[in-house]
Design a protein around this ligand. Structure first.
Ligand code: MRU
Length: 355
C-alpha cells in the first residue's frame, strides 16, 4: 500500500531567457554558490556547453536552440541577407560542443530546418519561438514520463539514481528525477539514494542539492556502495536517464550506469531508463556506434582545485558508458513505455503519437 501523497515540488530552473539574453545557472559552482551567467553570443554558448556550465542531454539541446537564436541575430546584424553561411558555421560549432548526447544535434538540426524556410526579416523571432516551444515541450514530456514511470513503481520502495537527471539537466522537472519526483508525490517512495557520480560529482553536487531544495528525502552514497546497497534490499528500482538510445535500445548514460545495470540484474533490482524520444537516435544502430566522450584526466586526479593523486600518474576519463538493451527492464518515454527494449519495440514507440 502506498503512503500518503505529498505535493510535488519543482522549484528549480537552470535555463532562462530575459532581456534578449540567454541566462544559465552555472552548474560548476553548485551547491556552494548559485550564480547565473548571461550570454549574448553563440560562440560563448558553445563554450558553456563544453565547459559544463550547463549539462544533461535535454538541457544542452535547449541551450543550443537559444544559442542558435543568438547566432542568427548576430549574423543578420553583421551581414544582412548574407547571413546564412556564418549561421551554418555557428550551428556546426554548437552541435560539436559535446559528442554523446544526441539531443544536441537533434535540437540544432531542428533550428537549422526552421531557419531554412524563413525570410531574413522573420528569422530571429521565429527561431526564438521554436527554441521556446522546444523548452516547453521538454517540460511537458518530463511530466508525462513522470506519470508513466511512477505508474510502474509499487510502493513504498527505495530507488537508486545516478548522475543528475532533474530540472538542472532538462528544461525543467527532469527525466529519471521527474519519475522520482512523481513517485514521491504519490507516496510510492520511502527513500531516494543518489550515487555521488565520480568524477564530476553530479549526484553529490546537483541531484542532492535539487532534492534538498524540493524537500525530497535523499541519501548520498559513494558509487562503490551501489551493489552493496542492492544487496541490503533497500532499493527495488534503479532509475536513470540517457544521453543517447540506439535503435536497438542500447543506452549511453553517465559512466557507472553500466555497473549499476549489471549489479541490478544480479540482485533482482528493476532497471528503468527515462528519456524523451528526442534522446532516441534511430540512425545509430547499436551502442557500439555511439560516440562516447572522454574528458581530461585532471577531472579524475583533481577535486576542488586540488590534486590528490601523485604527480605523473595517468588517468583515463570516459564520461559515458553504454548499457546493453538486455539489461534494461523498461525505457519510459513521453510517448509510452517500452518493456524489453529491442529494435522492434523502439521503432514502435517512435512511430506512436504523443498522448
Ligand atoms: O556529463 P553530463 O552531466 O552532461 O551527463 C548527464 C547524464 O549522463 C544524464 O544522466 C543524462 O544526460 C540524462 S539527463 C536528463
Amino acid at each position: 500500500m502506498n503512503a500518503a501523497p505529498h505535493p510535488i515540488l519543482d522549484s528549480i530552473r537552470a535555463i532562462a531567457w530575459s532581456e534578449g539574453s540567454l541566462k544559465l545557472l552555472d552548474q560548476r559552482k553548485l551547491p556552494d554558490e548559485v550564480v547565473w551567467l548571461s550570454f549574448d553570443r553563440c560562440d560563448a554558448v558553445a563554450e558553456a556547453i563544453r565547459d559544463m556550465v550547463v549539462r544533461g542531454a535535454p538541457a544542452i539541446g535547449i541551450t543550443a536552440a537559444y544559442g542558435a537564436v543568438l547566432a542568427a541575430r548576430d549574423r543578420i546584424r553583421a551581414s544582412g541577407k548574407d547571413w546564412h553561411r556564418g549561421f551554418a558555421d555557428d550551428l556546426d560549432q554548437l552541435a560539436a560542443a559535446r559528442p554523446t548526447a544526441v539531443n544536441l544535434g537533434w535540437a540544432v538540426a531542428r533550428l537549422r530546418a526552421r531557419a531554412a524556410k524563413l525570410a531574413t526579416s522573420e528569422v530571429e523571432e521565429a527561431l526564438f519561438a521554436e527554441a521556446q516551444a522546444m523548452h516547453d515541450e521538454d517540460i511537458t514530456a518530463n511530466r508525462r514520463m513522470g506519470e508513466l514511470g511512477a505508474g510502474l513503481i509499487q510502493g513504498p520502495c527505495g530507488v537508486l539514481t545516478h548522475c543528475n537527471t532533474g530540472s538542472l539537466a532538462t528544461g525543467g522537472f527532469g527525466t529519471a528525477l521527474g519519475v522520482i519526483r512523481t513517485a514521491y508525490g504519490q507516496g510510492c517512495l520511502s527513500q531516494v539514494y543518489a550515487d555521488e557520480t565520480r568524477p564530476w560529482l553530479q549526484g553529490a553536487r546537483l541531484t542532492a542539492w535539487e532534492l534538498v531544495q524540493d524537500s525530497i528525502p535523499v541519501t548520498l552514497i559513494c558509487d562503490g556502495a551501489a551493489a552493496w546497497l542492492m544487496r541490503t534490499g533497500k532499493v527495488q528500482w534503479v532509475v536513470v536517464g540517457a544521453d543517447r538510445i540506439a535503435a536497438n535500445g542500447d543506452a549511453a548514460n553517465k559512466i557507472g550506469t553500466y555497473n549499476l545495470a549489471i549489479a541490478a540484474r544480479y540482485h533482482g533490482v528493476r532497471f528503468m531508463v527515462a528519456a524523451p524520444t528526442s534522446t532516441i537516435d534511430p540512425a545509430t544502430p547499436d551502442g557500439g556506434s555511439i560516440p562516447l566522450e572522454e574528458r581530461a584526466g585532471e577531472e579524475v586526479t583533481r577535486l576542488g582545485g586540488r590534486s590528490f593523486a601523485p604527480e605523473g600518474v595517468q588517468a583515463w576519463n570516459p564520461v559515458f558508458d553504454v548499457t546493453p538493451a538486455g539489461l534494461i527492464d523498461v525505457i519510459v518515454t513521453e510517448r509510452g513505455v517500452v518493456t524489453a527494449p529491442s529494435h522492434k519495440t523502439i521503432q514502435a514507440v517512435l512511430q506512436s503519437q504523443s498522448p
